[in-house]
Design a protein around this ligand. Sequence first.
Ligand SMILES: NC(=O)c1ccc[n+]([C@@H]2O[C@H](COP(=O)([O-])OP(=O)(O)OC[C@H]3O[C@@H](n4cnc5c(N)ncnc54)[C@H](OP(=O)(O)O)[C@@H]3O)[C@@H](O)[C@H]2O)c1
Length: 255
Amino acid sequence: MKIVVIGGNGLVGRQIVALLNERGHEAVAASRATGVDIVSGTGLDAALAGADVVVDASNSAAPYGEPSYDFFSQGARHLLAAEARAGVRHHVAISVVGTDRLRNSPYFRGKGAAEDMIRASGIPYTILHATQFYEFLLAIVEAGGVSGQALRLSPAYIQPVASTDVAEAMVQIALDPPRNTTLEMAGPERERMSDIVKRFLNDLESPVDVLIDEHAPYFGAVLEEHSLVPCDAAHRCPVGFATWLQGSEYAKANW
Ligand SMILES: NC(=O)c1ccc[n+]([C@@H]2O[C@H](COP(=O)([O-])OP(=O)(O)OC[C@H]3O[C@@H](n4cnc5c(N)ncnc54)[C@H](OP(=O)(O)O)[C@@H]3O)[C@@H](O)[C@H]2O)c1
């Protein structure tokens, strides 16, 4: 079975490609690095020739503002059209828990528009909504914009997950028949964003102070307490924050 992974050299995409190839499938990474650009459509027809399944694990290089909306909406339009031409039998996409609750954010509005296009495409599909990856905590710090020694963060709850667990789930989904629905997954622990980031920064011996601010935007959206938490039926993955941190590059760094 030929499986094309769009964004196959990204954080979760490269793990999906590696796992599929280890298990004897023909997994091919496609992204701008291999001459495939989903925003312009360049290279898609050649990359999808003979593909049975497409996994979309791409992400916008610009995480804020209208460019992120354009990335997801234009990317999905070109990708789904190319899949229809190639006769792809299963479109697998990763998205984010809470996407439908964060329409004030161009990033999440773009992800929502892409999901709507997937559902309307006529191509059998499975969408996986995952919570934030542990690796993403640093992106939350960067996105928060440190001013002096202070970082203002929302106290909304998050339930982050290991990207290794998400990659495993995406592989299983890609190998299973399409479900034509959206599944959710999360890590084992729910904590306030401000608290977990504070703990992470302490572990990194960072001098930055986390200030709680209910109005601090998260990728353009102001969060309600439960905007980012998964539904009750979400699959709970085993790897918690402490276990992830111990095995991460941060634990090995000599600060
Ligand atoms: N990070 C998280 O915490 C998290 C949590 C839940 C869900 N997700 C979702 O998971 C997906 C992947 O996230 P990630 O953090 O693994 O992404 P990432 O590490 O930022 O990787 C992004 C990938 O997209 C590719 N890409 C960017 N622009 C492209 C374009 N125009 N055409 C084709 N490929 C393009 C990049 O490769 P090139 O640079 O070579 O093009 C790269 O392979 C995203 O949809 C994200 O919303 C992420």
